[in-house]
Design a protein. Sequence first.
Lengths: 341, 289
Amino acid sequence: MEKPMEITAGSPATRAAAKPGRFGIALSGDRKLTIVLMVLLPVCALLATNSFYKSVLVSSMINSIAAVGLCLMLGFAGQISIGQAAFYGLGAYVTAYLTNRFGLQPVVAVALGSAIAMAVGWGISRPLSRLHEHYLAMATLAFGIIMYIVFANARPLTGGLDPGTSVGKFAILGFDLSTMDRYFWVVWAALGFAALIAGNVAATQVGRSLLAVKMSAPAAASVGIDVVRAKAFVFAIGAFLTGLSGGLYAYFARSFNATTFGIGYSIELLMMVVLGSLTRVSGAIVGAFIITILPVVFEHFEDYKTLVFGITMVLIMKFMPSGLVEGVFGLGARLLRRKGI
Amino acid sequence: MFEQVVVSGLTVGAIYALIAIGFTIVFSTVRVVNFAHGEFVMAGGVLYAWLAIVHQVPIAIAIPAAIVGCVLIAWLSYELCLAGMDKDNHIAQVMVTLGLGITIKGVAQVFVGKDTQFPPPFTSGSPLALGSVSISQQSLWIVGSLAVLLGLLWALLQKTRVGKGMRAVAINHYAAVLMGISPKRAAIIAFALAGLIGGAAGAALAPVASAHYDNGIFLGIKGFAAAILGGLGNPVGAVIGGLILGLTESLTAGYVSSVYKDAVSLVLLLAILLSRPQGLLGRPLPAKL
């Protein structure tokens, strides 16, 4: 296809259709930025002198995986979800349960946890595919809250709010990977995997059909796209990545309770995706870092923390409505143009 | 016991209805789901408690003052944050309202404090006894405010030029502009009304359910659920949605389990959404091309 679609310049579809590079591999701007970020992360890990910074880094990366999943759902397919914490929780609880109860290898447990989250995502997408916009937002919100209530009260399975759940150390075939230095690489690999999946979805026909569904479901159906199937696909993959992130969180926190999986986390994820960039996978990663790190930075403000965080959110969204990554790019382009380059 | 459960369900439902009306008014004129709306309600309660308890202001002054404060907050929210944003970028607008909600919560935390407070009920006196049912005076105030505010809102929207202009904007933004109606003015009035009704709901609820800076999100979700249940954009739907939600919660808490009362009401909401995707009284959504 010479011209994939008539879409406004700068949309993911036009960006994804990058020219083959020197090595014959087509890399879109988004992918290049993602690769740069993936290379920068180990550098950051080396520079992070104390274990606190390192754990903030790792938790940002765990959140990034979930954010990449939501980015596909919301940014590419236009399917808003304010219930992602449910998948995050499913990933974490299934992982912990399988390890504790059946003594499964951590990697297998995390994989099964993500798979179950994925199955649930696929399952709810069928009925939810009838709903649009605000109604979809409410339905996913309701799903998230219901799952939270279940997590908090199904104490024999989840430990509820108190005492919660704890898991052992992350290890592959007996090789201990639970120190923050080593666990960093586990999460790094998972984030790379997530970004690869998301990048592939974005750059292929699947991603373009998702974009078509986002722009207009009836129009997409008219050119032969199975809208329900496309929505089910994106819900499943979004839930899978969020479940993966939850499974990794379980081994990161080692001990956690249901409060982690409340509505607050779903909203945070939404902020990450929108704040970074709705249409770039790299934007989701940047957004996840900002939302994870900002509260840590503002920790010194004590009582003013919430206030400063809120004002920052409003300012970014008001003055860079298409996200920080887009905003910075736009600003750079404008500066270059002014200089006449 | 059944009657008692129904009475408390209707009281809770009336609060949800009041919150839902604010969502609905703002949605129909500005086309934005205002996620800061729950914080307006929280502000109503917190301001009332702050004035009545910390500053010992008489109740008759503290209540209107708290409501006026909420109207100001709502007006400033629109004027400083949403005005001038790209109308078609819904998701950015929603995110701004989310940020705004966090900001309002932060302001309450810094300036009013983190204590949970129970301000005095509007009128003190023994509960009304109707046979086996006892109704607290505050419940009457809550249901009464819903009735009065709904009546005033109806009069405003049906009888006045301002209200007719707002309805025109809700029906067709561009046609309204061509008729010389200012959508910005309609939006300001919509936000002010949301602040007023939300603030009143918050102040009326605080003596029963406490005033705390962290209450907003919970109240907002309940109000949003009620508005969606009834059909977003329809004030009567908002009231019906609120009452159904309140009754379901109260009946579940009374007869099944208080732990799962929110889950049951949300399952009901999901069931209704799946059979009627536009809500109970909403117009069927046209397919977007």
